[in-house]
Write a protein that binds this ligand. Structure first.
Ligand SMILES: NC(=O)c1ccc[n+]([C@@H]2O[C@H](COP(=O)([O-])OP(=O)(O)OC[C@H]3O[C@@H](n4cnc5c(N)ncnc54)[C@H](OP(=O)(O)O)[C@@H]3O)[C@@H](O)[C@H]2O)c1
Length: 230
């Protein structure tokens, strides 16, 4: 299991005890699974300092999970469902321990290239359009999902601002990294491109850790290369 493998790798490269990492099931294609995960975290954790919502996928073929096209379900709807379900726990931890818990949702530089036609509110209901296999623009779907994440983070940040201690929400970009994201065997050209330009996963992950450590200046912001990017 990937989680167990990751755990062993982390333990072997750090001097930590076995019980400092727990592997829990979470299937972002299932709202029930998201709800179960959030309920378990809420009831069994003494405190919650941070949530790093890293799960993401890139698809070029239209498939559905739950009530949406899969990329939208996983990258956007389940991601925000998880954050909102864990919000009471984060607020409680903030108050009890006088800390600023973090919600970090992983973004991508590709959101700059998102075709916004499908998001035009004057063109009918946005989710209905994104979920229509006849008209869905799957070539731009991943960037659109990350643009929706940015909009969601800005909106959530505004709503969280009044309550103190602040639960900080931000959305960092790890940049182009070697990973399994494209979900298919890479072509020769893609492999050359990756070799020349991609960061290691470990290096990209530093930007995510930076998101978890960033202060109020990062609230509602998109981060890249470990700084707020306007
Ligand atoms: N790689 C890049 O160049 C790049 C650039 C910018 C942003 N990002 C973002 O970085 C994040 C991590 O992606 P990655 O590049 O490391 O790709 P990856 O190797 O494919 O990792 C994606 C992760 O998301 C999980 N995931 C996908 N679908 C899921 C589902 N339905 N339920 C639960 N977990 C699910 C995967 O879990 P399993 O392993 O169990 O399937 C895996 O841990 C994503 O949000 C991605 O959009 C990546």
């Amino acid at each position: 299991m990937a989680g167990e493998k990751a755990k062993r790798e982390i333990l072997s490269s750090t001097d930590r005890k076995d019980d400092c990492i727990e592997i829990w099931d979470l299937d972002m294609d299932s709202y029930d699974s998201v709800k179960k995960f959030a309920a378990r975290a809420t009831t069994s954790l003494g405190r919650l300092d941070g949530l790093l919502a890293n799960a993401g996928m890139m698809a070029t073929e239209f498939r559905k999970s739950e009530d949406n096209e899969k990329t939208i379900t996983v990258n956007v709807v389940s991601t925000f469902l998880l954050c909102l379900l864990l919000l009471p726990k984060l607020h409680k931890s903030a108050e009890k321990f006088q800390i600023n818990p973090r919600i970090v949702i992983v973004n991508s530089g590709l959101h700059y290239m998102a075709p916004t036609k499908e998001l035009d509110p004057n063109n009918g209901e946005i989710f209905a359009r994104l979920n229509n296999p006849e008209t869905a623009d799957m070539s731009g779907r991943y960037p659109v999902s990350k643009l929706l994440v940015l909009y969601g983070v800005r909106e959530l940040a505004q709503k969280l601002t009044r309550r103190k201690p602040l639960v900080i929400v931000n959305t960092p970009n790890p940049s182009f990294c070697v990973s399994g994201l494209v979900g298919h065997e890479l072509s020769f050209g893609e492999r050359v491109f990756e070799k020349l330009l991609a960061r290691s996963t470990e290096m990209g992950a530093r930007a995510l850790v930076h998101g978890l450590c960033s202060g109020p200046e990062s609230h509602g912001e998109y981060l890249t290369n470990c700084h707020v990017q306007k």
